[in-house]
Design a protein around this ligand. Structure first.
Ligand SMILES: Cc1cc2nc3c(=O)[nH]c(=O)nc-3n(C[C@H](O)[C@H](O)[C@H](O)COP(=O)(O)OP(=O)(O)OC[C@H]3O[C@@H](n4cnc5c(N)ncnc54)[C@H](O)[C@@H]3O)c2cc1C
Length: 341
């Protein structure tokens, strides 16, 4: 038999834990389903220096504090890998959303807060993971300030790579923008900004083959030319190689939001697959809320994730209250309701 809650929170990163904390504090019956240790990307972040109230905090420490905070108000956190979130389509609004898990456990609720984050697409080169957090980064806003006065590289040719390369020149002395082709994909207006920036050097027709360093962090990249003498491209790597000395490598070749968990094609999303929400964080499917890194928005940070989650939890509380009022009007007995919740 399915476990019933008033809201099911899928993913226990900063967004999910905040939603859990607010939901539990509002006396909603809530559960956070998290496949690993609660904390999400915080667990991959050594130093955080842009979370208000903390001049400097370790990601692990902030994750533990957020987990304790959610639990303090009675939020349940279950170790579950969610496989599917399905809109039941049945008559019962209290079971509108069905969440299936790898363990076989099934959860049902009138509302789901999707806070499953996403994954930055990796280059997949030797040294990339070894130096992640020690020079290799996927977030300019998060890590740019650690590269004051240094020489760094940005990989990618789209809007994100170009905008972030431009942004990173606030800190770095020199930024190499490495792209595997000779033309960028970014919008013209963004490209113009990049080419007008004297601190950025465009390195065309080039891929990064390897990241190298020592105990202190990243020190250099091995680059390879992608253009053959014939003018054709070879991305697999037959071209000549060379070294580029940098202490930072920022990779912006795409980000995949975990919206695939929701088995529904009709939910409104943007071109990159992020769910579009209204101001209450509700998607186009009633009762389905999206917060943090799965949501279509300008920037993805811890502060935006917790802000989204706060709004969503309060909106869910209102949604449930309205549902209870409708039930009272329809004359369904409270006894029947409490059998489930
Ligand atoms: C290396 C790095 C450094 C960063 N540094 C900073 C910084 O300094 N400052 C800042 O503000 N932001 C930083 N960010 C960005 C910030 O961490 C994210 O914007 C924030 O974590 C988003 O929170 P979230 O809860 O939406 O997603 P996440 O943190 O990604 O959490 C999603 C959670 O959902 C879980 N999940 C996913 N799929 C499933 C499933 N199928 N079943 C169950 N659970 C699931 C995941 O395990 C994860 O715990 C950084 C990001 C990275 C990658």
């Amino acid at each position: 038999m399915a476990k019933r809650y008033e809201t099911i929170i899928v993913g226990g990163g900063p967004a999910g834990l905040t939603a859990g904390m607010y939901a539990a504090r509002s006396k909603l019956s809530a559960v956070v389903l998290e496949r690993g240790l609660p904390g999400g990307q915080l667990l991959n972040t050594k130093d955080i220096e842009d979370y208000p109230g903390f001049l400097h905090v370790g990601g692990m420490e902030l994750a533990e504090l957020m987990t304790k905070h959610a639990e303090r108000f009675g939020c349940a956190i279950a170790t579950e890998t969610v496989t599917r979130v399905v809109e039941s389509g049945g008559e019962d609004p209290w079971a509108r959303w069905r969440v299936e898990t790898e363990s076989g456990e099934v959860y049902e609720a009138p509302t789901v807060i999707l806070s499953a984050g996403g994954t930055a697409i990796k280059l997949g080169i030797p040294g990339e993971l070894e130096y992640a957090g020690r020079g290799v980064s996927y977030c300019a806003v998060c890590d740019g300030a650690f590269f004051e006065g240094e020489t760094i590289a940005v990989v990618g040719g789209g809007d994100a790579a170009c905008e972030e390369a431009d942004f990173l020149t606030r800190y770095a002395e020199r930024v190499y923008l490495i792209h595997r082709r000779d033309t960028l994909r970014a919008q013209k207006v963004i490209q113009e900004r990049v080419f007008a920036n004297p601190k950025i050097e465009f390195v065309a027709d080039t891929i990064v083959k390897r990241a190298e360093g020592d105990a202190t962090g990243l020190k250099r990249l091995v680059l390879q030319s992608t253009k053959l003498p014939s003018g054709e491209y070879d991305f697999e790597g037959a071209g000549p190689t060379r070294h580029l000395d940098v202490t930072g490598l920022f990779v912006f070749i795409g980000f995949t939001p975990n919206t695939y968990l929701v088995a529904s094609e009709h939910i409104e999303h943007d071109a990159a697959g992020y769910f579009v929400t209204n101001g209450r964080m509700e998607t186009s499917a009633p009762g389905l809320f999206a917060v943090g890194d799965v949501r279509s928005q300008l920037v993805r940070q811890i502060t935006t994730a917790v802000g989204d989650a706060t709004t969503a939890a309060i909106a869910v509380e209102r949604y449930i209250t309205e549902l209870k009022q409708q039930r009272a009007v329809a004359g369904v007995s409270a006894e029947l309701y409490h059998k489930y919740i």
